[in-house]
Design a protein around this ligand. Structure first.
Ligand code: HEM
Length: 122
């Protein structure tokens, strides 16, 4: 198994992550019924976000926290939702990649999810 080094790696990872995330019966309706995202348009944005967060590359500049605060008004994101999100994320990383960047992306996801939960629930 290799480490995450390219945008293509992030595309593969996010594709796998979203397959399991959208299989969760509590998470799926948040994407399909509430946010009504077009997955084909959403995935490249997620890849942009992680390319920026992991490699400091690219042009992602959106306020992710504000987007989830607005989502929380409509969807009531629970602690359980965050646990599921992180579990799907970590499983997708561990199933596909191994190395310092694979560790870094999991640590970043945990820290962003932790701050996000504190901010949206306070
Ligand atoms: C309970 C956990 C979470 C749920 C249910 C969730 C759900 C969503 C949904 C439905 C959207 C689409 C919003 C829209 O376009 O209107 C979105 C966007 C996004 N989420 Fe999450 N999210 C969660 C946690 C996280 C975490 C922890 C991160 C980062 C570590 C994250 C990163 C993103 C990014 C980068 C976007 C794209 C925002 C943009 O359009 O620029 N999400 N999320």
């Amino acid at each position: 198994m290799t480490d995450i080094t390219t945008r293509q790696d992030l595309e593969l990872l996010m594709g796998q992550f979203y397959i399991s995330l959208l299989e969760d019966p509590e998470i799926r309706p948040i994407f399909t019924d509430i946010a009504k995202i077009d997955l084909a348009a959403h995935l490249p944005i997620i890849v942009d976000f992680w390319e920026q967060a992991l490699f400091g590359k690219g042009t992602y500049r959106n306020n992710t926290l504000a987007i989830h605060q607005q989502l929380h008004q409509k969807a009531n994101l629970t602690a359980q939702n965050f646990k599921t999100w992180l579990s799907c994320f970590n499983t997708a990383v561990d199933a596909n990649f191994k190395g310092p960047m694979a560790e870094k992306i999991k640590t970043r996801a945990l820290s962003i999810a932790t701050v996000m939960q504190i901010k949206i629930h306070s």
